[in-house]
Design a protein around this ligand. Structure first.
Ligand SMILES: [Ca+2]
Length: 501
């Protein structure tokens, strides 16, 4: 009896030790895993700020985005590098402003295959990397040995990627989509039950039911993207990886409407951004006003994975912000402004005149814009004689009911003409907007005598930043002819455009 007790005691002791060891081992593994979080990067196509429920939009419903914000961090001032697909995505992947990427600054272009991109650096460090639907591009990267966004899981999906991986391998997944890029299923928003009267239109749009219905169709696709992200979150939960995954949900630039996409106003350059990271963000539900550039994401991901950030990356890691316990402004010293710009979106000017080059600086009070070629048309030449050829008119603005309504009703009254001019008319070399008095940036104050001190200060600050970031548009960096880069797309272009080889 005594022996049995003793044996039992030894057994219990052995079992307890084994349990302790297992716990220690598990804790060790856990620690190891904590140092290597997974990354899920979910990016919509043409989804602009503030079109999410958590930003107060009364119509569009984005439960997945709202959840990530409430369980993580919501960013009020996140901006792209360029309001155009290819350069915006290049800037995200490379952690650099698009103007540092040669041809990669333009839509439908290429990217130098020696440029470091975060997914491949992570793969080299042991991560499993994959992508779904729209990632890099559009353009041609056939000269890359590996796709810069990872292996293609478009046919099988995120669930298949997760099924394939071994549980101890960290992963990095690019969850893309073409929502809410045009074309839309006309009337889909209204049909889904959206109340068109409740839609908050940007001030630059005329208030007409065609416009409201067009915005509702855009919302419909925003919601479809949100559903895609919800399903990916569910997959992470199923695999027990939700807390150790940093989830970033955002868009590549503003909505595909006049004075939005391919423009450097907030309606084109400002994007929704929420980041959730269960194991890494201690104080969740914070709302931040620091200026964030999407070039900051690549250095953040690399730093989180313990991978050296290449010096060439101009973005600034967000780690101090994620780890902070503060709301509002966390890093005033480094994040009091943001830069963005534009080179050629589509060749929409007559006679191969190129794109509409722009650089901009935005702080909490002002937006200052420098238009380098003010004799060109910001949305492409309004060549209506060729309107029968698809895409050939005002090519820098996606075709759709809002654009059609604005063009066809330009001469209806003074308001319609003013709005047409704001979207499609020529612009002066400098623009300045008082974002407190005029949050939608409708009234250009650059020539207003009361604002000359501010204008001069921001102009100097912008030029200084372009110097610091080695922008070919700055004085001391070698010129690069962005307009001479071949346009590889078959879509929008001016009828006079001759392909450059
Ligand atoms: Ca896009």
């Amino acid at each position: 009896m005594k022996l049995i007790t003793r044996t039992s005691s030894i057994l219990v002791h052995v079992l307890l030790s084994a349990l302790l060891l297992a716990t220690l081992f598990a804790t060790g593994c856990q620690k190891e895993k904590l140092q290597k979080p997974n990354i899920l990067f979910a990016i919509a196509d043409d989804w602009g700020w503030p079109h999410a429920g958590v930003y107060g939009d009364p119509v569009v419903q984005t439960p997945a985005f709202d959840r990530l914000a409430s369980e993580g961090i919501l960013f009020n001032h996140a901006y792209i590098s360029s309001p155009s697909c290819t350069p915006s995505r290049n800037a995200i992947l490379t952690g650099q402003y698009h103007w540092r990427l040669g041809p990669g600054a333009n839509l439908w272009s290429t990217l130098d295959p020696t440029t470091p991109v975060y997914p491949l650096l992570l793969e080299d460090a042991g991560y499993k990397i994959g992508r779904f639907r729209k990632s890099w591009g559009p353009g041609d990267i056939s000269n890359w040995d590996r796709h810069p966004a990872g292996h293609d899981y478009t046919g099988t999906g995120f669930a298949a990627f997760m099924e394939e991986r071994s549980p101890d391998q960290p992963f990095c997944f690019w969850l893309g989509t073409s929502d809410p890029h045009r074309g839309y299923d006309k009337g889909s928003g209204k049909k889904s039950g959206m109340d068109l009267d409740k839609i908050r239109l940007f001030e630059c749009f005329p208030d007409h039911e065609n416009v409201r219905s067009d915005v509702a169709d855009y919302y419909y696709e925003v919601q479809r993207f949100d559903t895609l992200v919800a399903s990916a979150i569910a997959i992470l939960e199923e695999y027990g990886e939700l807390e150790n995954t940093i989830i970033v949900m955002t868009g590549d630039h503003g909505m595909p409407f006049p004075r939005c996409k391919s423009n450097n106003y907030d309606s084109g350059a400002r994007i929704p951004l929420a980041i959730r990271w269960g194991n890494g963000i201690d104080i969740s539900g914070r709302v931040l006003d620091d200026f964030i550039s999407t070039t900051d994401l690549a250095p953040t991901f690399l730093q989180l994975a313990g991978v050296d950030v290449p010096e060439v990356m101009s973005g600034l890691s967000l780690l101090n912000i994620l780890k902070s316990s503060k709301g509002g402004i966390v890093d005033a010293e480094n994040r009091s402004f943001v830069l963005h710009g534009k080179e050629r979106h589509v060749p929409g000017q007559e006679e191969n005149m190129g794109g509409y080059p722009v650089r901009a600086i935005r702080n909490h009070d002002f937006l200052y814009i420098r238009n380098f070629e003010p004799e060109r048309w910001p949305s492409g030449t309004p060549d209506y004689l060729e309107a029968s050829i698809p895409y050939c008119w005002l090519g820098d603005c996606d075709n759709g009911p809002t654009k059609t309504y604005m063009v066809e009703n330009k001469e209806k009254d003074g308001l319609h003409e003013t709005l047409w001019n704001l979207s499609f008319g020529k612009r002066p070399a400098e623009e300045l907007y008082d974002c407190n008095k005029d949050p939608e940036q409708m009234v250009n104050l650059a020539a207003n005598p009361a604002y000359q001190e501010i204008r001069a200060k921001l102009s100097a600050q912008l030029l200084e930043q372009l110097e610091l970031t080695a922008d070919p548009r700055s004085a001391s960096t070698e010129d690069f002819d962005f307009d001479a880069v071949p346009y590889l797309g078959q879509g929008p272009r001016h009828p006079s455009y001759k392909a450059v080889k």
